[in-house]
Write a protein that binds this ligand. Sequence first.
Ligand code: ZN
Ligand code: ZN
Ligand code: ZN
Ligand code: ZN
Length: 259
Amino acid sequence: MQEKIKSEGKCPFCGKTFAKAGINRHLITHLKEKEASGKPGKSFLVKVETNKRWGYSPYFLSLWIDCGASMKDLDTFLRKIWLECCGHMSAFRKREKRSGRDEIFDMMDEYLGRGNIVKYEKMMEEIDDTVPMSRKVKDILYKDLILEYEYDFGSSTELSITVMGEYSVKADKKIVLLSRNEPLDIMCNSCKKVPATQICTACIYEKEAEFCDKCAKKHAKKCEDFEDYASLPVVNSPRMGVCGYTGGTIDMERDRVSV
Ligand SMILES: [Zn+2]
Ligand SMILES: [Zn+2]
Ligand SMILES: [Zn+2]
Ligand SMILES: [Zn+2]
């Protein structure tokens, strides 16, 4: 994928379009208004994007989450809109850097070397920063918290989840999709004239891997893998082209490129 591909999202309240960098700041103004007029309660504005460790990514979700939702509800939502291919494992983790972590790992190695499994497992438990799925978001989330999320511990998709704000109003439902990046301008790598609809996962590190339907037919003649198994649809998700991912099951009108 090209660097710095344009990423914009729509505001569901006023219909205006904003760049990825500005949409959440804008949504905050609406949620503050809601605090004055909506049902009293507690809710969060949460930004979801690809873990920055992997560089710039145009994908984002802006979610309005009610305090009654659980971490499992958020996990399910992320799977449905962006991730689910074949029921892989997933986890939320707290990001806090603990001092002395390397030393702890060294000690654990030592215990393992000496065959002291009990001690090893006890330390393993102590450093585990996984957030249980059963927890309510109200017990986990607070403003400025950043959580890491991983789907599929093999060909993993890593996300980062930032709590942008906390509001004294009930959200309209457990998880409301306020905004997401509109379908990206991913052009056919071959003819460069029309949007790509298919990706060849065998050629993903080559110059040409994303094709329009017409050029995909030509590619299938050259690339046996593409013909056999390596063809996946271009979809609006950071999991595009990974494992067997073929798209989400909610908000599907914004999942595919409109050709
Ligand atoms: Zn607006
Ligand atoms: Zn899979
Ligand atoms: Zn083409
Ligand atoms: Zn190919």
